[in-house]
Design a protein around this ligand. Structure first.
Ligand code: COA
Length: 145
């Protein structure tokens, strides 16, 4: 990643701004039932340009990442994921489960699609959502650590 960007633990007062970036990038912001929660900021020249959140929900570790449009394809998403993966592993997790909106991106990092949704905790599944396969085409994916 370019040295111009700094990734660090988010300050509590930055969460609103990070979540605005998530929203602008089309990510939902539901924290119902989330147990462990950690946030990270990406900053350049005192401007927040991306972030990541780690969550523990329904017995599974998961995360979200988003990068502002003007700063995409510069390796920021990759750096955020590397940090998230290290942190999740440090929490003792054996795997990471995601609701992947860009499955092709995550398969580059070793995530594989879950074919049998019976293996996925109910709250984690997207098939009850009104946007599912209308406006949003996510795949549930897993990375074994
Ligand atoms: C997905 C996202 C986080 C990637 O961030 P980024 O900083 O642009 O990604 P990187 O620069 O690390 O990309 C690394 C590689 O993935 C590729 N890539 C980026 N977006 C991709 C996509 N949607 N599908 C497939 N490959 C993708 C890049 O071209 C790059 O390839 P290269 O290393 O061969 O050059 C960013 O596009 C984003 O915020 N998207 C909207 C929110 C979102 O969908 N988040 C994920 C929720 S599951």
């Amino acid at each position: 990643m370019n040295d111009m960007f700094k990734i660090r633990k988010a300050e509590p007062d930055e969460y609103t701004e990070i979540e605005k970036i998530f929203e602008a990038q089309g990510l939902e912001n539901t924290k119902n039932g989330v147990e462990i929660f950690k946030g990270y900021s990406v900053e350049t020249l005192n401007k927040l340009i991306g972030g990541a959140e780690i969550m523990f929900q329904d017995g599974e570790y998961t995360f979200s990442v988003a990068v502002d449009d003007d700063y995409k394809s510069q390796g920021i998403g990759k750096s955020l994921f590397q940090l998230v993966k290290k942190e999740i592993r440090g929490l003792g997790a054996k795997r990471i489960m995601i609701q992947a909106k860009v499955p092709a991106y995550w398969s580059k990092f070793g995530f594989a699609e879950v074919i049998n949704l019976d293996d996925v905790p109910k709250k984690f599944r997207c098939d009850g959502c009104s946007k599912y396969e209308k406006d949003c085409f996510p795949k549930i994916m897993i990375l074994d650590l």
